[in-house]
Design a protein around this ligand. Structure first.
Ligand code: SF4
Length: 461
């Protein structure tokens, strides 16, 4: 909210706090809804019941129609107007992040691979793909996570230690960043330093951020579930993030009491750049992605708490379409988001996985992965297959390519899609087979090429 003037900043910060409390705390919500919230006793909250009036459309969207004029909203519900601007800015920001993830010409193979997977993800995941930013690189600074959320969408393992910048660690971190930058170019500006880890599990996290900023020009986004464990570290992170305001920080809120403590510990101004992700029981939108541990939970114990099951959404939380580097275990994976499944329960495909010894080796490993997995054009002599998240169905004489969330009519290319779903045929063989049924070879080649660029086909290796 860079654009807010000082008066509006203060107002907006209070409105934000009110909305968070309303959405996160079921008792508070009930009291406000009944008009009996006694704010004079609620001394940990700087809220006023008139705040609710100024925010009404946030809680009751039916007050607005697509034709409701912006000027009318800002006059009648000024705080709701500021909030709606804030939410729409976040959506624009996500789109900008997707665009910023390219290498700016440094690595054409990587960029085209990433674009193919962005297209494929849109078709495979439907609406839920809109929130995915397709970050080209993420670094894990620890091995495992100390928090242990039952629903962890990326199945974090138990915490087993962190990377230290001491004793040569800083030089190694700097070299790793320069090496990674030589492969993904300006895409480094949208990278971040966690995955199946909590960044604040690393006590030197602030120094990792400072060095990252020095080398890439940005302070990477932080998402943490332990903002209260070491408050002075969290405050340092918020302070650094507020200098550039490159990204909003996110706190995952795991309980109602944690929500109250967060509101009591951090000032309005500090929380202005923080998105609270309300994961706590009783939150009004207590949805969790059925990925990772939540996926395993649903599969292994479908009769588990009904509430747990009802609150699961078929979606992934994975947002990296690129490299995932763990600097403790010295491993690199090439990953991209997908619908969680028995095969990919964490909601991302692992296209490649390798170890590295040092920063020079990391560069070579990343380039080897690029060379092997990211050809720009399809090799006519290598067998290809339909992407694993796609299948075909016949319906009323039509032939569709379907994902869990979308379908496309391929009746005119039925035989081609059938051959692709069989897998095992090279493009040359497919053209030959279809030629015998009098398909035009150029048309078939064009279709295969278009399916390749949409990420619908890959090598059947
Ligand atoms: S959701 Fe985040 S904080 Fe919770 S276990 Fe997974 S990585 Fe750790």
């Amino acid at each position: 909210m860079r654009s807010l003037d000082d008066r509006n900043r203060g107002l907006f910060a209070k409105a934000k706090r009110f909305i968070e409390r309303y959405q996160g705390d079921p008792e508070f919500r009930l009291k406000v809804d009944k008009g009996i919230a006694d704010h004079s006793r609620d001394n940990d909250q700087d809220v006023d019941v008139s705040t609710y009036k100024c925010l009404e459309p946030v809680f009751n969207p039916s007050l607005l129609t697509p034709f409701t004029d912006d000027g009318f909203i800002s006059e009648k519900w000024p705080l709701a107007y500021l909030w709606m601007k804030y939410v729409s800015t976040a959506n624009v920001f996500r789109k900008q992040l997707v665009a910023a993830g390219g290498s700016s010409g440094i690595n054409e193979n990587f960029d085209s691979w990433r674009q193919r997977n962005i297209q494929r993800t849109k078709f495979e995941l439907g609406l839920s793909s809109l929130g995915i930013v397709h970050t080209p690189i993420a670094f894990e600074l620890s091995d495992g996570c100390s928090v242990g959320c039952w629903f962890c969408g990326v199945s974090a393992k138990k915490f087993r230690g962190h990377f230290s910048l001491k004793g040569g660690g800083e030089a190694e971190w700097r070299s790793l960043l320069h090496t990674a930058k030589s492969v993904v170019g300006t895409g480094m500006s949208s990278g971040f330093l966690y995955w199946a880890t909590d960044p604040l599990d690393n006590p030197e996290y602030i120094d990792f951020l400072r060095i990252y900023r020095e080398i890439t020009g940005v302070v990477p986004q932080t998402t943490t579930a332990i903002p209260l464990r070491n408050v002075s570290l969290t405050k340092e992170v918020l302070s650094l993030a507020s200098i550039n305001r490159d990204f909003p920080t996110r706190f995952s809120v795991l309980s109602n009491s944690q929500l109250k403590q967060i509101h009591n510990t951090f000032t309005d101004e500090e929380l202005l750049g923080v998105e609270l992700v309300l994961q706590n029981s009783g939150a009004s939108q207590e949805f969790k992605s059925a990925a990772g541990k939540a996926f395993s939970d649903a599969v292994s114990a479908p009769s588990h708490s009904k509430k747990r099951q009802q609150n699961l959404q078929a979606a992934t939380i994975a947002c990296v379409t690129g490299f995932l580097v763990n600097i403790v275990t010295k491993t690199v994976q090439l990953i991209s988001p997908c619908q969680p499944s028995v095969k990919w329960k964490d909601g991302f495909v692992i296209h490649a996985e390798m170890g590295y010894k040092n920063h020079t080796d990391l560069g070579q490993v990343m380039l080897d992965i690029v060379a092997k997995h990211m050809p720009i054009t399809i090799n006519p002599a290598v067998p290809i297959r339909l992407d694993q998240g796609l299948s075909c169905v016949e319906e009323n004489g039509k032939f569709y390519l379907v994902s869990r969330n979308a379908r496309a009519d391929f009746t005119q290319a039925r035989r081609l899609i059938q051959l692709l779903s069989e897998g095992g045929h090279t493009p040359v063989e497919i053209v030959q087979k279809l030629r015998s049924t009098e398909e035009n070879a150029f048309k078939v080649i064009g279709l295969i090429d278009s399916l390749w660029h949409r990420g619908f086909i890959g090598y059947a290796l």
